[in-house]
Design a protein around this ligand. Structure first.
Ligand code: GTR
Length: 359
């Protein structure tokens, strides 16, 4: 047994490639297993979301931006989207920065903490230089990231008895509405759209791509607890702390596993695997102990069989833990460990842009 296999075995993870009824998962029934995983994660962790609306309408476009057009290299626009909900219309904005080119642009959907462009998590000019478009939504425009008894944003637009979604799923759902729009956007290379987010929004990006197969890749930065990090044996943040500080990110059932991680009928590597056979790019930072880089890396290792099953490479990595500067990009799961703290840095973006251009 390899060193990594041993470390994974010590975590006593629930089986990824076995159905709840004990059947073995094969390449042929992987999609059925993927649906089962998504069902369990909806029931136990993130809650159920309403179905996609019939239409995501662009109701206004504002081409005026306070930052000009980035030396004439890109066109920027703020769009306003409207969707029909069970309680009337819900409207939210998003800002796109599209490099000027006559070819379709690979596109990032960035779920961000602030609406401004540029932003400290959005190095705009560097990204324009990669040739990729970015469309950014601001998470508080969808649902307020705080205790509001689900009274603001999209939350009260649906019956909570029916749809138990926590805010992570609400933000992810909105990113899927941006994807609805991208299906109609001339500039967008529809086969190469990635969803990207950092920290709580890294968790969101991973959830979004797991549920929405139109995304070719999820770029998941420092997502940690309830994101890409395996929960069993995890250091730093655990279910107790995250559900105490941010109960509204999840459905209520998740609280059943406070200090009972070993009883969870699921694990976070299942969420990573639910993106298979598409791509995932995971990013960790050495000093981000709260997220626990080791548990993210082992999660990538443990998720890999979902790709291997489909005859794909999965996660290609050496038989050791990662070191600062490592970037394992060969397989379908890409992973990097950079130095420094919890942040979505230019360095992380450089890896994600390289990954999106390579797929
Ligand atoms: C922390 C939270 C983490 C992470 C982070 C962030 O307070 O405990 O799970 O999501 O916030 O989003 O910056």
């Amino acid at each position: 047994m390899s060193m990594i296999e041993k470390l994974i075995e010590e975590r006593k993870l629930p089986e990824l490639l076995k159905f709840a009824d004990g059947r073995q998962v094969t390449a042929e029934n992987w999609e059925e297993r993927r649906q089962e995983i998504l069902e369990i994660l909806s029931l136990e962790e993130y809650g159920y979301a309403p179905p996609a609306p019939k239409e995501t309408k662009v109701v206004s476009e504002d081409a005026k931006m306070p930052y000009s057009d980035f030396a004439g290299k890109a066109v920027s626009k703020t769009l306003t989207f409207t969707v029909e909900t069970d309680c009337g219309e819900f409207t939210f904005p998003a800002t796109e920065i599209v490099p000027i080119s006559d070819k379709p642009r690979r596109t990032f959907v960035l779920i961000n903490f602030r609406p401004e462009v540029p932003d400290r998590y959005y190095p705009t000019e560097e990204l324009i230089d990669t040739g990729c478009a970015v469309i950014q939504l601001y998470y508080n425009d969808i649902a307020f990231d705080g205790r509001d008894d689900f009274k603001g944003g999209i939350a009260p637009m649906f019956d909570r008895k029916k749809y138990t979604w926590g805010k992570i799923r609400m933000w992810a759902w909105a990113a899927s509405r941006v994807m609805d729009y991208l299906q109609t956007a001339d500039y967008c290379d529809k086969e190469h759209v990635a969803v990207v987010g950092h920290s709580r929004l890294g968790k969101t990006a991973l959830v979004c791509a797991a549920f929405d197969t139109r995304f070719a890749m999820a770029c998941v930065n420092n997502s940690g607890c309830s994101g890409d990090s395996i929960t069993r044996g995890k250091k730093g943040e655990r279910i107790r702390q995250i559900t105490h500080n941010f109960p509204f990110w999840f459905c209520d059932n998740y609280q059943n596993y406070i200090d009972k991680e070993e009883e969870m009928p699921f694990e976070q590597h299942w969420l990573v695997a639910a993106v298979a056979p598409r791509k995932v790019a995971l990013g960790s930072a050495l000093e981000d102990e709260w997220a626990d880089p080791e548990s993210s890396y082992l999660s990538a290792c443990a998720a890999s069989p979902a790709w291997e099953l489909n005859g794909k490479a999965g996660f290609v990595h050496p038989d050791r833990m990662p070191e600062v500067g490592d970037y394992f990009a060969e397989g379908d799961i890409k992973y990097h460990l950079r130095g420094g703290k919890h942040f979505l840095s230019r360095k992380d973006w450089a890896y994600y842009a390289e990954a999106l251009k390579s797929i």
